[in-house]
Design a protein around this ligand. Structure first.
Ligand SMILES: [Zn+2]
Length: 78
């Protein structure tokens, strides 16, 4: 692949501190995008009301510190 001489921003090595993840609400099916805060830990579980239909979703977040991956899934919390 070609290197663009006009872009000299390094894009590797830095842990992105404002990652997003998304889940689909179990009740209305809307895709909800949530910001991930890596400082909250590698494993996060919390309940959040869907901003569309206001049903509670139990959110599970797993961070992989080696690859920077974010996994996010949800269960009905009702
Ligand atoms: Zn919903």
């Amino acid at each position: 692949m070609d290197l663009d001489p006009e872009t000299d921003e390094p894009e590797e090595g830095t842990l992105n501190s404002d990652q997003d993840a998304s889940y689909c609400c179990w009740a209305c099916g809307e895709e909800i995008v949530i910001p991930i805060d890596p400082t909250m830990g590698a494993r996060q579980d919390y309940v959040e009301d869907c901003p569309v239909c206001c049903r509670p979703n139990e959110i599970h977040v797993e961070l992989d510190p080696h690859f920077g991956d974010v996994r996010c899934w949800n269960d009905p919390a009702e």
